[in-house]
Design a protein around this ligand. Structure first.
Ligand code: F0G
Length: 465
């Protein structure tokens, strides 16, 4: 098939010529990934770079890549059916015929959001729904790559600290790849739906009496003492897989570049990966201009927003994180330097949203028939502010990256519709603006009469609106 003929053959270059691990701080090249996934010289994060692309520029003829990726969609090979490995020409290679651990991740839809667009004041608004991945979040796109590298290195144990989605995803890929997994989560601070996923996928799950940042601290010590492979997003192979969401998005847009891509920010790896993807696509000539990448954080977990506004992104001061969007309740994000680079390289910006604004935006996305988890809805809440400030123009094409599925946090949604999400919180008064979006379930007598009465009432109120 195509694979033998037109596909870029990286086999003529040695692995280290094609891709390398380079420190983002001191530039040192690492031959292998250390236990803590950081640079052995200065302790900063590593990234995958591809010097081989330069020496083999002609191999990366843009049109050829686009056509190869399209052709692979008709293939029966598991790697081709994966929406991540289908783009493997822009990923580091697995050695010696090692196979990828894949759940056919990626392949996620792009939806138009017509009523959200009207509400936000833009003409053209889309959602790339990464919540439609196998375990219900974008984490799968990075986990397929990083877990495959863990297995290639011969690890029996993989581990992560998590606000719930990374752990669900890691546990699934470890199980598929025949590895054991260790999960550290903040006790009582992740949703039960995410927790139940890692249990079912067989992870050893530890609920620590601390927050996410505390779990991360403990894990960093554990990986130094035990032969476990760290699968948090400090692992640069995670970001490589996560890049493919944007490659796939651009393919879905027939390589027409949107003006803005808006991403939620927690540990700040996903925004870094998305930025890395557009910069590489531009370098390789697959796109001719860059979208602006903007990052939205919850107001109660906003260290990047503060860093940008207070010191232009030179220094990050950790915060004590507090938001109902539990997936992004992170006060000391590991990938903040990478995220700052992306903001600068793409002329993007930062914004923040309160929990009430997040809840409102989530219900609006739901009303477009899409739905997402609270951490994803920060994107729409942030967009509204970016339109108001003039950063996003009415006529510009905007894509929101929705990172998690609606069913990841059913408690939030139920409480929202029952009207008690903010009861007893400082935002209780402000939350009264949400009343008209709430659709609490109605308890009725088991008779057609009472159901018909309710329908008539609904019809009447719809006509009067
Ligand atoms: N959206 C969702 C649904 C998430 O689960 C996360 C992160 C983010 C956004 C933020 O992405 O960290 O790359 O900036 N969740 C992590 C976890 C931290 O453990 O599941 P980020």
């Amino acid at each position: 098939m195509m694979e033998q003929t037109a596909v870029v053959s990286k086999s003529e270059l040695s692995q280290s010529e094609v891709s390398q691990l380079r420190c983002i701080g001191c530039g040192a090249i690492a031959s292998t990934l250390a236990q803590n996934a950081r640079c052995a010289h200065c302790g900063d994060l590593l990234e995958v770079v591809y010097p081989g692309w330069k020496s083999g520029e002609s191999r990366f003829a843009a049109a050829m890549l686009k056509s190869v990726w399209k052709q692979r969609r008709t293939s029966l090979l598991p790697e081709d059916q994966s929406g991540v490995w289908r783009f493997r020409d822009l990923l580091p290679d697995l050695r010696d015929g090692n196979r990828a651990i894949t759940l056919r991740e990626g392949n996620t839809p792009v939806y138009e959001l017509p009523s959200c667009a009207r509400g936000a004041g833009v003409e053209s608004l889309f959602a790339k729904h990464q919540g439609m991945n196998p375990t219900g979040s974008f984490k799968d796109t990075g986990m397929t790559t990083a877990a495959s590298f863990a297995r290639q290195e011969g690890f029996h144990w993989v581990a992560c600290a998590s606000t719930g989605n990374t752990s669900a995803s890691m546990a699934a890929y470890a199980a598929r790849g025949g590895m054991r997994s260790l999960v550290l989560i903040p006790d009582g601070k992740i949703t039960w739906s995410k927790l139940s996923q890692s249990l079912d996928y067989g992870a050893v799950t530890c609920q620590l009496k601390t927050d996410f940042d505390g779990c991360m601290r403990v894990l960093n010590e554990v990986v130094q003492r035990m032969p476990v492979y760290l699968l948090n997003s400090v692992n640069p192979y995670r970001l490589e897989g996560q890049k493919t969401a944007v490659i796939e998005l651009l393919e879905q847009f027939n390589w027409e570049v949107p003006d803005h891509i808006i991403v939620p920010g927690g540990n700040l790896a996903n925004s870094s990966a998305i930025g890395k993807a557009v910069l590489e696509l531009k370098e390789l000539g697959l796109i001719s201009r860059l979208p602006k990448i903007s990052i939205i954080q919850a107001q109660g977990a906003n260290p990047l927003v503060r860093a940008i506004r207070e010191n232009g992104g030179k220094e990050l001061v950790p915060v004590k994180a507090d938001t109902m969007a539990s997936a992004i309740r992170i006060g000391n994000p590991a990938s903040w330097k990478k995220a700052v680079r992306v903001l600068q390289a793409t002329d993007g910006t930062v914004e923040q949203a309160t929990d009430v604004e997040i809840a409102q935006a989530k219900a609006e996305i739901g009303a477009d028939g899409i739905g997402c988890e609270p951490a994803s809805a920060v994107t729409l809440a942030g967009l509204k502010k970016l339109v108001k400030s003039g950063f996003v123009k009415r006529s510009e094409k905007v894509v929101l990256i929705l990172t998690g599925h609606l069913l990841k946090d059913p408690d939030f949604t139920l409480k929202f519709h029952r009207g008690d999400l903010f009861t007893g919180t400082p935002e209780e008064k402000q939350a009264s603006i949400l009343a008209f979006q709430q659709r609490a379930p109605v308890v009725l007598d088991a008779s057609a009469e009472s159901v018909v009465k309710l329908l008539e009432l609904e019809e009447r109120s719809e006509r009067s609106n």
